[in-house]
Design a protein around this ligand. Structure first.
Ligand code: SAM
Length: 268
């Protein structure tokens, strides 16, 4: 039976220490914690921030848990609990808040069913976190870090803006109640000088639409263009038109954006 709001609380103390270490806390950091729950991560993180001078903003959707956390942090400084839905509130918080300035980091043992949407939201933020540390389902983490010949839509979408690395994995027994799947903590380091390029994401959806088809066929169907035009463009980029999308490197996908043929995607 899936837990309400994905509530599987972390009980592995060494994992909590490792997550906090991965944040590489600095004096002026603002740490946004997603889904603090009962505070397994929140309390030690805040204690650390009190020592070095960073701040924590924790967003919790469950009103009962948020209320208990507010009571629990009464004697702490440097933390604010926001009652809300990270999927709706994160962009507003980042772009309109007076206390979120330039640099911030995101951390969370998140409900696994929001992973895709959250990654999408992060990718669309104009002011992205410099670092994101997330506990997610192990299989999803493995898909995110994949390279050719296991490239996939999720990997290409995340790797466009971040360098992903799996830091460590966890078993169901590290949580209470235990989830049905294994978990992994993934670090996403935001790349410097990335531009939000909607064409890139449109192109990805076209290329990976039918992963078992060739790159050429996916592009032909998605762009509604003559096969030979696409073939010539791909060959000029040294991309085998008959190869499958899983074999494309990030550099090759990026190189497609240098071709006019693939950047005018309004027809898709
Ligand atoms: N961080 C705690 C821990 O490690 O023990 C709790 C982790 S639990 C997997 C996920 C938490 O996210 C729960 O407290 C849940 O209520 C909260 N949550 C679920 N959906 C949310 C959302 N859309 N926005 C903010 N919090 C959410």
């Amino acid at each position: 039976m899936p837990q309400r709001l994905g509530q599987h609380f972390l009980i592995n103390k060494s994992a909590i220490k490792k997550i906090i270490a991965a944040l590489n806390l600095q004096p002026n950091d603002i740490i946004i914690e997603i889904g603090p729950g009962k505070g397994a991560l929140t309390f030690p993180l805040t204690a650390e921030c009190q020592k070095i001078g960073c701040k924590v903003v924790a967003i919790e959707k469950d009103p009962e848990l948020a209320k208990n956390l507010e009571l629990g942090i009464r004697n702490y400084g440097r933390i604010k609990i926001l009652r809300g839905d990270v999927l709706k509130d994160l962009p507003t918080l980042i772009h309109n808040s007076s206390f979120i300035i330039q640099n911030y980091k995101v951390v969370g043992n998140i409900p696994y069913y929001i992973t895709g949407k959250l990654l999408r939201i992060l990718s669309e933020l104009e002011n992205k976190p410099e670092l994101t540390i997330l506990m997610i389902q192990k299989e999803v983490a493995q898909r995110i870090v994949a390279k050719p010949p296991k490239m996939n839509l999720l990997a290409a979408a995340v790797q466009f803006w971040a360098e992903p690395k799996i830091l460590f994995t966890l078993k169901p027994a590290d949580f209470s109640p235990p989830p049905e799947v294994n978990s992994a903590v993934i670090r996403l380091t935001t790349k410097q000088q990335i531009t939000t390029d909607n064409n890139y994401y449109k192109l990805l959806h076209i290329i990976f639409k039918q992963p078992r088809k060739t790159i050429l066929n996916n592009l032909k169907t998605g762009l509604k263009m003559p096969k030979n035009k696409i073939e010539i463009a791909l060959k000029s980029l040294k991309i085998d038109p008959n190869s499958r999308p899983q074999n494309l490197s990030l550099e090759q996908i990026n190189s497609l954006l240098t071709q006019e043929l693939f950047t005018d995607l309004d027809c898709s």
